[in-house]
Design a binder for this molecule. Structure first.
Ligand SMILES: [Cu+2]
Length: 200
């Protein structure tokens, strides 16, 4: 499937399948769900070590199988975009870096590719704070509470180019902002595939 038809297929799914939320506990909802409001993309999934569903964990000690994730992209007034990331069922009191990446999740952590950038850094990998910052990328770092749940949100002033941001990756620590390290957050622990930019 080429990327254009992949986007079309994702858009068709968004129309056909109602939103599935995190639900009230284990067993609620399906392995993964995609849904939409008029102006929102929503993906809910359960982390598994195999990558068949929307959400995959590469390090189950940090992001256990059965933990749940929900990502929402909502068009904001004035051309901006709001993103929300929710997690459930993770270890308590743990901080994760989290960002939108350019490619879908795959069997290997690096399959998700680099970070999505509104203005692309001509130098890759991008570790220049002029480009690798939370206004030019989608950063959703979070820390779990005593129950292992967490929520983060961020709003940027732009819209995602369709098909160019396809996932959210959870990393092992908070995102670095220093020159030469900006945007890095350690190993990739888990990933959820999200068809960002498919709402207009
Ligand atoms: Cu990342």
């Amino acid at each position: 499937m080429n990327s254009a038809s992949a986007v079309a297929a994702a858009a068709a799914l968004l129309v056909a399948v109602p939103t599935i939320g995190l639900g009230s506990g284990p067993g609620s909802g399906s392995d993964s769900g995609r849904g939409s409001g008029r102006d929102a993309v929503t993906v809910a999934g359960t982390f598994r070590t195999r990558s068949g569903g929307a959400a995959v964990t590469y390090v189950p000690a940090a992001v256990p199988e059965g933990a749940r994730v929900r990502v929402e992209e909502r068009l904001a007034r004035g051309g901006g975009t709001r993103f929300v990331l929710r997690l459930q069922g993770l270890p308590a009191g743990r901080t994760f870096g989290a960002h939108a990446h350019r490619r879908a999740c795959g069997p290997k952590p690096d399959d998700a590719g680099p970070h999505y950038q509104n203005v692309k850094d001509p130098v890759q990998p991008s570790v220049d704070p002029a480009y690798a910052n939370p206004r030019n990328e989608v950063w959703l770092d979070l820390t779990t509470d005593a129950h292992g749940a967490a929520r983060a949100e961020t709003t940027v002033a732009w819209r995602v180019r369709p098909g160019e941001a396809r996932s959210v990756v959870l990393h092992e620590h908070a995102t670095d902002t220093r020159a030469g390290h900006a945007g890095t957050a350690g190993a990739r622990l888990a990933c959820v595939t999200v068809p960002f930019g498919t709402k207009r």
